[in-house]
Design a protein around this ligand. Structure first.
Ligand code: SF4
Length: 285
C-alpha cells in the first residue's frame, strides 16, 4: 500500500496504507533463494524507502539492504520504487557500500515544475530532486537512473511542461516511463479544473518522447565496445539463437548464446546499440 496520496493516484484508496514485512521473513526468503541458486532479487513496494516504519524491531531500508548484501549465493540486489522525498542519505551510502546492490535507481519525478509537483502532492520541489540526483551520482558514479513522468496533469501550462523537458535534459535519465494524465475517479486531481485538452497532451507527450529517446540513445552510444556483466535471463523473444539478459545498470542486452546459459553471469562485449537495448557477444568467460 501507500501513505502518500499523490493527487492523481488511486493506489492508497485501493491498496490501503503501507505495511512493512518483517525483516527476518525477507532475509529468510532471500537465504532460501540463494541456496536454490537464484542470483538476483528485487525488493518491490510502492515506496520501498519508507520500509521499516511500524515494525516492532526497528529497521530501515538501508539496513535491510546491508543485511541482504551478506547473503551467500545472491549476487545482485535491486529495488523499486523509491519516492524522492524518502530517499535518505543512509540509503545512498548503502547503495555505494553494498557491492551486490546494482547501480540502477528508478526515481519517479512525475513533473519538472515545482508548481505541478506541489499540485500533485509529491512533497519535493524541482530543485530538491535535482540536488538528490547530484548526491546519488556523486556517491555512485555510473549509476543509471530511470523515471516516471506524467504529461498533461490538470493545470499544466506550456511553461510547466517546458520545465519538465528542461529537467529531463539536466538529469539525462537512462530511460523514462511516460504517461498521459488520465482521470482516476475519486482522486482530487480528477475533480480539478484546468484539465488539459487531449490534443495538447498528445503533442507534449510526443515532444517528451523525442527528447528522452535522444538522451537514451546518446547514453547507450557510450557503451559501444564496453564489456558488461550480464545476468542471462533466457532466450530472446525475437530470435531462436539469441539470449537476453540485463546489466547491473538494468540495460537489456541481446547476444548469441545457448538457452542453457540462463541464470549465469557472463561478460558481454557491446557491439551495437539501440535506443532501448544493446547487442553484443559473449567474451571468453
Ligand atoms: Fe503512492 Fe506512488 Fe501513488 Fe504517490 S504515485 S500515492 S507514492 S503509489
Amino acid at each position: 500500500g501507500c501513505n502518500n496520496f499523490c493527487t492523481y493516484c488511486i493506489v492508497p484508496y485501493v491498496r490501503g496504507r503501507e505495511r512493512s514485512r518483517k525483516a527476518e521473513d525477507i532475509l529468510d526468503e532471500a537465504r532460501l533463494l540463494g541456496q536454490q541458486g537464484y542470483k538476483e532479487i528485487t525488493l518491490l513496494g510502492q515506496n520501498v524507502n519508507s520500509y521499516g516504519k511500524g515494525l516492532t524491531s526497528p529497521r530501515d531500508f538501508a539496513g535491510l539492504l546491508s543485511e541482504l548484501n551478506g547473503i551467500d549465493g545472491i549476487e545482485r540486489i535491486r529495488f523499486m520504487t523509491s519516492h524522492p522525498k524518502d530517499l535518505s542519505e543512509g540509503l545512498i551510502f548503502a547503495m555505494r557500500d553494498c557491492e551486490k546492490v546494482c547501480e540502477h535507481l528508478h526515481l519517479p519525478v512525475q513533473a519538472g515544475s515545482s508548481k505541478t509537483l506541489r499540485e500533485m502532492n509529491r512533497r519535493y520541489s524541482r530543485e530538491q530532486y535535482l540536488e538528490l540526483v547530484e548526491k546519488i551520482r556523486d556517491s555512485v558514479p555510473g549509476i543509471s537512473i530511470s523515471t516516471d513522468i506524467i504529461v498533461g496533469f490538470p493545470g499544466e501550462t506550456e511553461q510547466d511542461f517546458e520545465e519538465t523537458l528542461d529537467l529531463m535534459s539536466r538529469v539525462r535519465f537512462d530511460y523514462a516511463y511516460t504517461f498521459l494524465y488520465s482521470k482516476r475517479s475519486g482522486t482530487p486531481a480528477a475533480e480539478r479544473g484546468g484539465q488539459v485538452a487531449e490534443a495538447v497532451k498528445k503533442e507534449r507527450f510526443n515532444r517528451l518522447l523525442d527528447v528522452q529517446n535522444g538522451i537514451s540513445r546518446e547514453i547507450n552510444d557510450l557503451l559501444l565496445g564496453k564489456s558488461m556483466e550480464v545476468l542471462v535471463e533466457g532466450r530472446s523473444r525475437n530470435s531462436r539463437n539469441t539470449c537476453t539478459g540485463r546489466t547491473r545498470t538494468n540495460k537489456i542486452v541481446n547476444f548469441p548464446a545457448e538457452e542453457s546459459m540462463a541464470g549465469r553471469l557472463m561478460n558481454v562485449k557491446i557491439r551495437n546499440v539501440q535506443t532501448w537495448s544493446l547487442e553484443g557477444s559473449l567474451e571468453g568467460n
